[in-house]
Ligand binder design. Structure first.
Ligand code: PLP
Length: 395
């Protein structure tokens, strides 16, 4: 048999972590890696954080799972905290980002259905977006590599150019339900939308009774120095998908919505066996205990400035490799002049973990608990690697 027991859908690297401690991962032979990838923006508290570990251990010993047919004191508590801390009035818990986005799509469509407009089902989405790997979420992007071989895709999505307000406006028809957008594209290459664009989408949504749906699966949960990235833009969405960091590594996501937007999400319209289970709720509580504190958000902003400043200082020394730094807080990307994937592989082989993204960008997504010493270590090691790196010659 040629196929591997793990379905071979990932190009898995030789890094095989078996243990983590703080901002470091350790492989089977004890090799150490400085983890500035964080499981792709997931391990906000690093590895083995005592508060998160204790919360999960205690809840696991108390109650792991019950059905959503029963009352959920744990879910009510976490939902209330998210409602208090955000634009939202109500929360549906999921186990992943794609499921959270699915719920946002259903909520947006259901809003118009409730108001007697079931034909208003189309979401306007944006080029190079990434919303997940389910059928609906691959249908919501124009990235061919995600869609290849999976036809027929779902109807109900119109893709226009990211950060182009005129195109978004021109795409509105009597079938439009709303906009679905990442305020800062992650997989697409750490591309922050402009303030004019985000404010413009909000205005268009208000003018046309559309749902403004934000996918903050990657940029949310304190990564940018605000609990959610929309706060940087001075706007509020109607519906928002969050996941990744919200469980600190425990599978957890959520769809947040205003009361107005969730008007159609009544009993029987949606569900999930595992969504909101007590163990996930305990993980979510523990993460919020740490990251929602104003001092912690200030820490993220400060570390983001340090890291960005140090990277910007380094770039002129290696300007054959690096072009510029972009991003917000600790969601940073280095736009490269050579193939970012090859360089990420080289760094990995030298004990530094980063993540490649679209547009030839190397993502730098450290745990949010990093200290200045980690910033210094990362930039020194990156600089050293850049000095030694021999750019592969094109075949
Ligand atoms: N949305 C965004 C912006 C993402 O970055 C991702 C994952 O990378 C997803 C959705 C999908 O999340 P998940 O892989 O947890 O389904």
């Amino acid at each position: 048999m040629a196929i591997t027991p793990l379905m071979p859908v990932y190009p898995r690297s030789p890094v095989r972590p078996v243990r983590g401690e703080g901002v470091y991962l350790y492989g089977e032979q004890g090799e150490q890696y400085l983890d500035f990838a964080s499981g792709i923006a997931v391990n906000l508290l690093g590895h083995g954080h005592p508060h998160l570990t204790k919360a999960i251990q205690e809840q696991a010993a108390t109650l792991i799972h019950v059905s959503n047919l029963y009352g959920s004191p744990q879910g009510e508590k976490l939902a209330q905290r998210l409602v208090d801390a955000t634009f939202a009035d109500t929360v549906f818990f999921t186990n992943s980002g794609a499921e959270a986005v699915e719920c946002t799509i259903k909520t947006a469509r259901r809003y118009h259905h409730h108001h007697g407009n079931p034909h208003r089902s189309v979401l306007i989405t944006f080029s190079n977006a990434f919303h997940g790997r389910t059928m609906a979420t691959i249908s919501a992007t124009n990235q061919e590599k995600l869609r290849d071989g999976f036809a027929p895709l779902l109807p109900g999505f119109t893709v226009v150019e990211f950060d182009n307000l005129a195109e978004a406006e021109a795409a509105i028809t009597e079938h439009t339900a709303g906009f679905l957008v990442e305020p800062i594209q992650g997989e697409g290459g750490i591309r922050p939308a402009s303030a004019e664009f985000m404010k413009g989408l909000r205005r268009l949504a208000d003018e046309h009774d559309l749902m403004l749906v934000l996918d903050e699966v990657q940029c949310g949960v304190a990564r940018t120095g605000k609990l959610y990235a929309y706060e940087h833009y001075g706007i509020e969405p109607d519906i928002l998908a969050t996941a990744k960091g919200i469980g600190g590594g425990f599978p957890l996501g959520a769809c947040l919505a205003t009361e107005k937007a969730a008007v159609g999400m009544v009993v029987g319209t949606h569900g999930s066996t595992y969504g909101g289970n007590p163990l996930a709720m305990a993980a979510g509580q523990a993460v919020l205990d740490v990251v929602a504190a104003p001092e912690f958000l200030d820490h993220v902003t400060r570390m983001g400035e340090r890291l960005r400043g140090a990277l910007e200082q380094m770039i002129p020394n290696h300007d054959h490799l690096f072009e510029s730094v972009r991003g917000v807080g600790l969601m940073l990307g280095i736009k490269m002049k050579t193939d970012s994937r090859a360089f990420v592989t080289y760094l990995r082989d030298h004990g530094l973990l980063t993540v490649a993204a679209g547009d030839n960008v190397m993502r730098v997504l450290p745990p949010l608990v990093i200290e200045e010493s980690h910033v210094t270590e990362f930039v020194e090691r990156l600089s050293e690697a850049a000095r030694r790196y021999e750019v592969p010659q094109a075949a």
